[in-house]
Write a protein that binds this ligand. Sequence first.
Ligand code: NM2
Length: 538
Amino acid sequence: MKKFRLMDWPTFIASIIILLSVIVPLIAFPKASEAIILRLNDVVTGGLGAVYLGIGVAALLFVLYIAFGKYGQVTLGEADEKPEFGTFSWAAMLFSAGIGSSILYWGAIEWVYYYQAPPFHIAPESEEAINYAAAYGIFHWGPIAWAIYVLPALPIAYSLYVKKNPILKISLTCEPILGKYTTRWPGKLIDVLFIFGLLGGAGTTLGLGTPMIAAGVESLFGIDGGGLVLRLSILIIATVIFAISSYSGLKRGIRVLSDMNLWLTFILLAFIFVVGPTIFIMETTVSSVGLMMKDFFRMATWLEPFGGFKGIETTDFPQSWTVFYWAWWLVYGPFIGLFIARISKGRRLKEVVLGTILYGTLGCVLFFGILGNFGLWLEISGTFSVTDVLNNQSGEAAIMAIIGQLPFGKLMTLIFIITALLYLATTFDSGSYILASSTQTKVDGEPYRWNRLFWAFALSFLPFTLLLIGGDDSLSLLQTASIVAGAPLIIIFIMLMVSFLRTLGEDRIKLEARRSAHKERERKTLSITYAKRDNWWE
Ligand code: NM2
C-alpha cells in the first residue's frame, strides 16, 4: 500500500501504546489514577527538581557559549547566504509558533498565585509579594525558557542547512552519539519519548485552554455552569478545526490564521494598554524586568532545600512553578526547535540564539506587562477583586472577569476567545504535522494525510481524559502531564548538546585537514579568517 510504505511502525505503535497505557487506566480507575498521578508529580518534582533547574541554567549557558564562542558566526547555509526571512517576520513567526493559548491564560492570572503564595517566604499580599508577583511570570516566560526552545533548533538547523540532511526527526539530530543505532531501537526510543513529551505538553495546553474558552463562552452568552459538556464540546470543536487544517494542509489558510492571530493579539494588548492604567502598566513592567534581572540567578536556582528543618516552612513554590515550567518548555522544545530551524536558513548561530531569546522574552514581557498588570491593578487599586473570583470560582473565571472589566467587555471577551482558539489551532496544526513526520521513516514532500489526521485527534485524547476526570485538583493534574512527560526530555537535551558540540568540532577538524592538505597559504588565510571569526567552515 502506497499510503503506508514510509511508515515507521515501531515508533508509531509504541507511541500509541504509551498513550493508551496512560489514558485507559485514567478512564477505568479515575480516582486511583488521579492519586497516582499526583504522587508521581511529587516524586518527579521533589526528586528531580535540582535536575530540572540545572538543565534550565545549562541550556542558557550552552546557547550563550554557542553564540559568543568560536562557532557563533557559523552561517546556517552557504557562507554568503542571506537570511531567508527579514528580521521582523522572523521574530513574529518565532513568537507565534512558540507561544500558544497558554500565554493568554497565565499572562492574565499567573500573578494571582504568586501574590497569594509568594516565593522566598515573603508575606502574602505584601508590597514585596506584589513586586515578585509581577516579576516572576516574566522570569518563567523569559531567557531560560527561550533558551530551552532555541537549543534544539541549533543542531536541527545545522543538520538541515549545513549538512543538508532533510531531517524531521529528533533521533537524527542525535546521530553523532547514536551512530548506527540512530535508526535502531535507541533512536526510535528517542522519537517515542519526544512524541510522549509533546502529547503531555499538549495535554497541559488544551486542558487549560479549553476551560478558558468555555468560561469565555459562558460569560458571553450569560450561561451559567455550562460545565463539562460545554468544555468537552469546545475541545471537540477545536480538535476538528485543527484536524481540518492539518488534513487539507492549508498552508495558506494557516498563514492567514497566524496573521489574524497576531493582529488580534495586537488589538487586544493595545486596547488594554490605552484604556487601562497606562502609567501603572509601564512602571510596573519596567520595575518587574529590573527585579527579574537582579534576581535572575536566584530565581533560576532556588529550591528551598531547608524547608522542614528548624521549623522552616516548605512552600513548594519552586516545584509547583519553576520546575513545572521548565518541564513544559522542554516538552515543546524539539517541536518548536524544528520550526525555528525551518525559518532560520541563512542566519548565523549567534543571531538565532540572541534573536530567539531577545524577541521571545520581549513578546512575553508585553503580554505579562499589559494583560497581567491590568489584572494586578484591578486588584490592588481595590477596583475589582480578582483573587476572590480565583479562590471562589476558578482560574478561567478570573481571566474572564478581568476581561469583562474592560470597556466593551463583551466584544473584548469575544476577541479574547477567538484569539485563544486560533492560537490552539495554529499550535496543534503544526503539532500534528511534526508528530506525523516523527512516525515515518521518510517524508516524501509531506507526511501522509491520514497520519496527520490521526495525530490531530490523538493530541486531544489526553486532555479529553484529564478534563473528564479532573476534580478539584485539576491544575496539578494538568501540570503533571508536562512534568512527567518532560523527564525523559532532560536526557534528550543533554544528548543534543553533546551531539552538536561533537558535530561542530568534527566539522572544524575535517575542514582544517582539508585545508592544510591544500596550500600552506590557505592555512595562513584560515588562521586570519579564524581570527576574524569569519565563515571558516566553507
Ligand atoms: N509553553 C510556552 O501555549 C502553549 O501552551 C504552547 C507553552 C511551553 C509554556 C507552549
